[in-house]
Write a protein that binds this ligand. Structure first.
Ligand code: TYM
Length: 324
């Protein structure tokens, strides 16, 4: 089974990215082949500052390695280091029906808000389809918000196969975790950079504490019984705690006598413990940029090797004979 996923370097990674996607990358990395990449071509649709984009790409690589991505098992690379992507995107563009793209959330939401969308945003799902198809990917670990894009990918791949009467492309499936398909943010809505409700994984402890303290709660007094199920603090605690600890906290909510401040402290302690090892690993990686560069180089080499064979199949299928 071939696994692939991508993540945008549009800022530092947050708990939603980790529990929805990154933890799956790591759990699935020991498959036949695993490709994970930093989607800087996609990020061009939002980050217009070149120095900042480079910085985000670098931090993304260090974060992923610190969180447990193992280059001996999986290939980690930067999207723009595989130029084959752009050519496959064009081939797919010629078979992608407009209506498929018109119904995609990112474009629809922007349009609904009256914001002018550029062609990059509109055709974003085609680039994503190319990302997936280029490596014969079977499984794509993602959070819920990307499932629609994987359905588009299947439609596009299927249409290409159908039009050229060959099974040239593999149809991928999304892998989504039930419990963490849509991790809530500090306001209870989906955690997302665009909602300004994220908690970044590697925030320094003081800032992390401040962020956790900003999680929205109702105004119940300490002694009042509280409802864990509707509380964003509890929802975030669940990310880190096993069944027994979750139940213990839920009981304390219902019994009354515990304030939200105390529940937040539990979230902070749990998060620090959970990501403690990754924080240490991150410090080591920061001190060894050559290692990180070598990982990205080797990753791109492996990705291109596979990608070239699939692109070649696609070119043959649609009649792009090479003359030079
Ligand atoms: P991106 O960069 O927005 O998010 C990266 C991954 O994190 C997941 N995620 C979440 N999961 C659960 N709860 C949340 N609150 C949450 N927020 C983010 C996302 O679902 C995603 O899996 N278009 C993609 C990047 C991409 C890609 C690809 C993914 C480009 N090419 C090919 C897979 C395959 C994106 O913007 O993800």
């Amino acid at each position: 089974m071939r696994v692939l996923s991508g993540i945008q370097p549009t800022g530092r990674f947050h708990w939603g990215n980790y529990f929805g996607a990154i933890q799956q990358y790591i759990a699935l990395q020991n498959n036949e082949q695993a490709f994970y990449f930093i989607a800087n071509l996609h990020a061009l649709t939002t980050v217009r500052d070149p120095a900042l984009l480079q910085e985000y790409v670098w931090e993304a690589a260090v974060d992923l390695l610190a969180l447990g991505l193992d280059p001996d098992q999986a290939s980690l690379f930067v999207q723009s280091d595989v130029p084959e992507i752009s050519e496959l995107t064009w081939l797919l563009m010629t078979v992608t029906q407009m209506h498929l793209l018109e119904k995609c959330h990112a474009y629809k939401d922007k349009k609904a808000k009256g914001i002018a969308a550029d062609a990059g945003l509109f055709t974003y799902p085609v680039l994503m389809a190319a990302d997936i198809i280029l490596y014969d990917s079977d499984v794509v670990p993602v959070g819920n918000d990307q499932v629609q894009h994987i359905e588009v990918t299947r439609d596009v791949a299927q249409r290409f196969n159908h039009l050229y009467e060959t099974e040239v492309f593999v149809l991928p499936n999304a892998s989504v975790l039930d419990q963490t398909a849509k991790v809530p943010g500090t306001d209870g809505e989906k955690m997302s950079k665009s909602y300004n409700n994220t908690i970044e994984i590697f925030l320094p402890e003081k800032k992390l504490k401040k962020k956790i303290n900003s999680i929205k709660t109702d105004s119940k007094a300490v002694e009042d019984p509280k409802d864990p199920e509707s509380c964003p603090v509890y929802a975030l605690y669940r990310l880190f705690a096993d069944e027994q600890h979750q139940q213990e906290l839920a009981e304390r909510y219902r019994a009354g006598g515990m304030g939200y401040g105390e529940a937040k402290k539990q979230v902070l302690d749990a998060a620090l413990e959970y990501f403690g090892e990754a924080r240490e690993k991150r410090l080591q990686l920061e001190a060894d940029p050559d290692y990180v560069r070598d990982v990205l180089k080797a990753g791109a080499k492996a990705a291109r090797e596979k990608g070239r064979t699939v692109l070649e199949r696609a070119r043959d299928a649609c009649g792009l004979k090479q003359f030079a």
